[in-house]
Design a protein around this ligand. Structure first.
Ligand code: ATP
Length: 295
């Protein structure tokens, strides 16, 4: 199947700051693409360029083969692109149901039977939102609020879902549940672009991933391809993963020291590598492989 979204040679600048340089990526219907990388790597700017929130300095964003150049964010949304921003952007004092209805704003379906059906479909898919529909959104847990943010995007009935840092501030168990929800959406044919810092969990869901560093794609491929040491060295060296707790490493049970390694602590990585008698690059590969094995 051909790409629903194609980004070619994207460049995003803010004044003199180049946030994204020459980024190309694509995603097909029924596919999850993870965009990985450390803080400031250009992940959010890439998403914002796709949804029309920033105007690319160069390059092209194509939806179904047609350029989105000059298209307003509202018009991009009407073409089937829903963006769940980092921080979720829900309205804390409004009820869950009202937050969902806000997702219909600008679609022309607000207050119509079709709009009500779209909200009902989301309530069907997210039982917790139905249970809490009369409750103020801000009183729900972080994971529930993230479900609401996803639900509000889904009432638009998008073809392409852009999700920025869904895992931010949430526990690994809650994140795993949210990623399972995303996998379910993918299985229903949605194309998903997911910006993440939780590499291990993201790669368990993603069909393919791109790794950004300083605005550029430094690695891309399937999770299997990316478990090579190139990605690990580039990514851990760049300091992205918030914290990697390594349980029994799959490569060798004898080497399975539990290590809690903050992503940016390269010295700790080097020390662990020395203890293992391997190079830091090999250590990084093993840590990544172990994080992929985490359950
Ligand atoms: P994070 O996880 O911290 O959001 P990111 O990978 O999403 O990181 P971006 O937010 O896209 O990265 O930022 C890329 C670069 O652009 C950074 O250097 C950032 O400081 C800069 N930047 C982002 N937004 C703006 C802005 N509105 N004005 C100026 N510079 C910006």
């Amino acid at each position: 199947m051909s790409a629903l979204l194609e980004v070619r040679g994207l460049r995003v600048t803010y004044g003199g700051v180049v946030a994204v340089r020459d980024v190309s990526l694509s995603v097909r219907p029924g596919e999850v693409l993870a965009v990985l990388g450390a803080n400031g790597a250009g992940k959010t700017s890439t998403l914002r360029a796709v949804s029309g929130l920033v105007r690319p300095a160069a390059g092209e964003v194509l939806l179904d083969g047609a350029s989105l150049r000059g298209t307003s964010p509202e018009a991009v949304a009407r073409q089937g692109v829903a963006h769940v921003p980092a921080g979720r952007g829900i309205f804390p004092t409004l009820s869950v149901a009202d937050n969902l209805r806000m997702g219909l704003y600008g679609t022309g379906r607000d207050g119509t039977p079709d709009g009500r059906a779209a909200v009902e479909e989301v309530l069907e898919s997210f039982p917790i939102l139905r249970e809490r529909q009369a409750q103020a959104a801000g009183t729900m847990s972080g994971g529930q609020q993230q479900q609401l943010a996803l639900g509000r995007a889904l009432v638009q009935r998008p073809r392409l879902l852009l999700v920025d840092e869904m895992s931010m501030g949430l526990s690994p168990t809650v994140v795993a549940d949210l990623f399972a929800l995303v996998a379910g959406l993918r299985d229903r044919g949605l194309a998903v672009v997911m910006v993440e810092q939780f590499v291990g969990q993201a790669l368990q869901v993603a069909d393919r991933a791109v790794v950004l560093e300083q605005g550029q794609v430094v690695a891309s491929g399937t999770p299997d391809e990316l478990s090579s040491d190139d990605l690990a060295a580039a990514y851990l060296g760049g300091g992205g993963e918030p914290s990697v707790t390594v349980r029994p490493a799959p490569l060798s049970a004898a080497e399975s020291l539990p290590v809690d390694l903050p992503g940016r602590d390269v010295r700790k990585l080097e020390q662990w590598a020395a203890e293992q008698g391997i190079t830091p690059r090999q250590a990084a590969a093993r840590l990544l492989a172990a994080s992929l094995e985490r359950t």
